[in-house]
Design a protein around this ligand. Structure first.
Ligand code: DGL
Length: 268
């Protein structure tokens, strides 16, 4: 089998990474993909750097062992904490979600005031802050954690009064701060786009890290001459470390297509 015809590997702490996979499929419909959702150990957003790095390495090892040509770290928290470790250790190219999202935000902002929302871990790591400042040190970055958005998205409560009230509490200060661009720095947040726009107004541009990442995946594959050129649509395999049934049921909302997931065991 040539390297080109190997699948892309994607991992996330659970279900949310399906938003990233959906974008990768949209941009690269001919690629095969293996997805691993670490549903037994989710959430990563509240865990320490050491734990997230350990989980990320174990997930990556599982995918690399199955044979992949590129690894996408769909989880923002895992990208924030473990990307450099993964890139240093793996023999395949590794793409995270932080850098593409940061680059897109800096390219779009006019007021040079950018908001970033994410899990506790992602925000605490300073990864988005550093990535944005590295590209343009004049950009002022406003950071905020929005932990309740994760269960709301999984519950399907993305457009109701609870979601709106929660979004108001989390995001209203961005309006006074005058941001014109907001990075959705968590796999789940794209599902809340409509509600977030209701709070911030239509003028604020929402950066979907998933979208930015899928273009980066295409760029890296092309750079390594690993892009698949066939016309047929790619095949997908889904693995989870717990509760395939729940992953399938909730996953439909994130992936907009039926999913058949297999249970696997990772770590100890
Ligand atoms: N996938 C995680 C992220 O993007 C959100 C869920 C979690 O905390 O594990 O940061």
């Amino acid at each position: 089998m040539s390297r080109k015809s190997l699948p892309i590997g994607i991992f996330d702490s659970g279900i949310g990474g399906l938003t990233v996979m959906q974008e990768v499929v949209r941009v690269l419909p001919g690629e095969d993909i293996i997805y691993l959702g670490d549903t037994a150990r989710v959430p990563y957003g509240t865990k320490s750097r050491e734990t997230v790095v350990k989980y990320a390495l174990e997930n990556a090892e599982f995918l690399v062992y199955r044979g992949i040509k590129l690894l996408v770290v769909a989880c923002n928290t895992a990208s924030a904490y473990a990307l450099s470790e993964l890139s240093a250790r793996l023999s395949v190219p590794v793409v995270g979600v932080i850098e593409p999202g940061a680059r897109m935000a800096v390219g779009i902002t006019r007021t040079k005031k950018v908001g970033v929302i994410g899990t506790d871990g992602t925000i605490r790591s300073g990864a988005y802050f550093d990535a944005i400042k590295k590209i343009d040190s004049k950009v002022v970055v406003y950071l905020r954690t929005c932990p309740l958005f994760v269960p709301l998205a999984e519950e399907g409560w993305t457009d109701n009064q609870v979601a709106l009230l929660t979004a108001r509490v989390y995001l209203e200060s961005f309006v006074e701060e005058g941001i014109d661009t907001l990075v959705l720095g968590c796999t789940h947040y794209p599902l809340l786009k409509r509600t977030i726009k209701r709070v911030l107004g239509e003028e604020v541009v929402l950066i979907d890290s998933a979208e930015a990442t899928s273009h980066e995946v295409r760029r890296v594959l092309s750079e390594h001459r690993l892009l698949r050129t066939r016309q047929n649509r790619g095949r997908f395999k889904f693995f989870v470390t717990d509760s395939p049934q729940r992953f399938q049921e909730v996953g439909i909302r994130f992936f907009n297509a039926p999913i058949k997931a297999r249970l696997v065991s990772i770590g100890n």
